[in-house]
Write a protein that binds this ligand. Structure first.
Ligand SMILES: [Zn+2]
Length: 495
């Protein structure tokens, strides 16, 4: 459910005095169109009659903030970020805090802001963020309150799990769950898994055949949802706490969200169970025995995930032959590439790595500084600033009806293209500036690998390799009766 917030700025009032149309109804029309296009179901409208700049002077804003803090809305539609709080005010921190702590989206015609996305640069530019330390302190306090609530058996999630609806606790604070039409599917899933021994994939297919629909409105019941349902203790009447907190990290320059599995705590919930506790436990036991769950083993092949067959692209794997010798073979049984003794392949790879390292040290010594790149970046950023200002101005001109829809869209596309061109140029230059940093990392890792190779475990070798090498390609033509074919390996460093 989403809300809409409408407020006039001082400039709007002046324009109205000059005979402009009524601002709020125009804004309401634009935001309503936006909600229809984006599929945001509007559950409430906060319309500020007074035009105070501070939160204290805006009663509807106070109501909105209280509701956002209570997690009532998935997102709030507003004409621009500045309608919530001016960019330089103290209030801005209050707004940022409320939206960030509850992960409530801010949706404007120009962009959707996700306050939990720390990597959203524009969000950062508008200053709608708070310092990490401040966030952590408040978050800790908030978590303590949430833990107390979980112990009481309240449901704390943002969305009800499949099979339940989220309902307000009568005469009390917080939320609990109430079984809905989907509950039958949940019972069926557990029955098929525990009593009939079917796999999650087969269960998902059966549910689709039986006409059960997933939450997202698709036709196919996803296997992942079945797995999720089979592992969630909420179905035997429990509240799960402290499990699978979401964490964001940067891997290979991309933001990856992961939910590490940790042991959480279970509390008795106020909601009704859909299945008996023993049945849930039986499901967990079966999942634990599932061979698809990774069993920890000691890595024997230092080139795991790195060494690939040049012919077919599959991994080269380590196998012991009948005479007890280790061989590297292509994982693809149909591939025509010949295998080779592990010792020989290892020798070749180490030789290639040594060559690569020496070459890199030479190149690095020639690239001492990157001041030119930094100066260029500064210029591009200044231009980007200008384009962004022009983009903002565009909305004013549309609102003031100086621009028609057509001109607006033309101008918008032109600016967007200009901006994207500048951004990709900036990305290119900064990747050049970053290069020397990458060189240093690869040099450090490879030096360590080659110096300590004989004293570290295959797993440790693998770690250093994955941190410095993108891939190693292997090739050997099929040997014939007359001749053993040569082995080629080529190393691609992770620069
Ligand atoms: Zn192959």
């Amino acid at each position: 459910m989403y809300a809409m917030y409408l407020r006039k700025s001082r400039a709007d009032k002046e324009l109205e005095a000059l005979g402009e149309g009524e601002t709020l109804s125009r804004h309401k029309r634009i935001l309503t169109e936006l909600s229809q296009k984006g599929g945001y179901e509007i559950g409430g409208i906060y319309e500020e009659i007074v035009s105070g700049e501070t939160i204290a002077a805006r009663p509807q804003m106070q109501k909105l903030l209280a509701d956002v803090e209570a997690g009532r809305w998935e997102g709030v539609l507003v004409m621009e970020l500045e309608r919530l709080a001016r960019g330089d005010s103290i209030d801005q921190g209050v707004v940022a805090r409320a939206f960030k702590l509850t992960g409530t989206l801010i949706i404007t015609p120009a962009k959707v802001y996700d306050p939990l996305n720390e990597f959203d640069e524009e969000y950062f530019e508008f200053g709608l963020f708070m310092s990490r330390r401040e966030y952590k302190t408040i978050n800790r306090r908030l978590q303590a309150g949430r833990l107390a609530s979980a112990k009481e058996g309240n449901f704390l999630g943002r969305f009800a799990p499949y099979g339940y609806d989220k309902v307000k606790i009568e005469n009390g604070k917080g939320y609990t769950l109430k079984a809905n039409d989907e509950a039958d599917a949940v019972k069926l899933i557990y029955d098929m898994y525990v009593n009939e021994g079917l796999t999650a994939g087969v269960i998902a297919k059966k549910l689709t055949e039986l006409g059960y629909k997933p939450r997202n409105g698709g036709e196919l019941f996803p296997t992942a949802s079945v797995r999720e349902i089979l592992s969630n203790p909420v179905y035997c009447g429990k509240i799960r706490w402290g499990v699978r907190a979401q964490r964001k990290k940067v891997v290979d320059g991309k933001v990856v969200t992961e939910r590490p599995r940790t042991d959480g705590q279970l509390f008795k919930g106020k909601h009704d169970a859909l299945i008996p506790e023993e049945m849930w436990a039986a499901a967990q036991e079966r999942t634990g025995k599932n061979p698809k769950n990774p069993i920890k083993f000691e890595l024997a092949n230092p080139f795991a995930h790195i060494l690939k067959c040049r012919e077919c692209g599959r991994a080269m794997i380590l196998r012991r032959n009948r005479r007890g010798e280790d061989y590297m073979i292509c994982a693809n049984t149909l591939c025509k590439v010949s295998s080779a003794p592990y010792r020989v392949v290892e020798e070749y790879i180490l030789e290639e790595l040594r060559n690569g390292l020496n070459g890199l040290i030479l190149v690095r010594s020639r690239k001492q500084d990157n001041t030119t790149e930094i100066n260029k970046l500064r210029k591009i950023n200044a231009e980007l600033e200008k384009v962004r200002a022009q983009q903002n101005k565009l909305y004013d001109l549309l609102e003031q009806e100086v621009y028609t829809q057509e001109i607006f869209i033309d101008r918008q596309i032109a600016l967007k293209e200009k901006r994207e061109a500048l951004e990709s140029e900036a990305a290119l230059i900064s990747s050049k500036a970053n290069k020397t940093t990458n060189y240093d990392r690869v040099i450090k890792n490879l030096t360590e690998l080659l110096e300590s190779y004989d004293t570290i475990t295959p797993a440790e070798r693998n770690k250093l390799l994955t941190d410095s090498v993108l891939r190693i390609d292997y090739f050997r033509d099929r040997s014939n009766r007359y001749r053993q074919m040569p082995i080629t390996v080529s190393v691609t460093l992770d620069l």
